[in-house]
Design a protein around this ligand. Structure first.
Ligand SMILES: [Zn+2]
Length: 81
């Protein structure tokens, strides 16, 4: 069933440059994915704090959460006021 929303998983990483937990990877998927499959992937990520970007493995994620709606733009890109 299509809802028009993109759901999926959001992974949080610790930035290897500034040390903050401001690095996020989004993995859109319609269904359920086992956590070890999500962790087994490589993600292209960038830090919202210092701007560092690179590839990181899901194994180093400090948190994985499921999101009903993934935003196309990362938070912190402006408040949209
Ligand atoms: Zn950083």
């Amino acid at each position: 069933m299509k809802t028009g929303k993109t759901q999926g998983y959001v992974l949080t990483f610790r930035c290897i440059n500034c040390g903050k937990h401001e690095v996020f990877a989004k993995y859109p998927t319609d269904g359920f994915e086992p956590e070890d499959q999500i962790r087994g992937r490589l993600y292209q990520v960038s830090c919202e704090s210092c701007g560092w970007s690179g590839a990181t493995c899901g194994l180093s994620a400090i948190r994985i959460s499921h999101a009903k709606e993934l935003k196309a733009k990362a938070a912190g890109h402006g408040l949209g006021l």
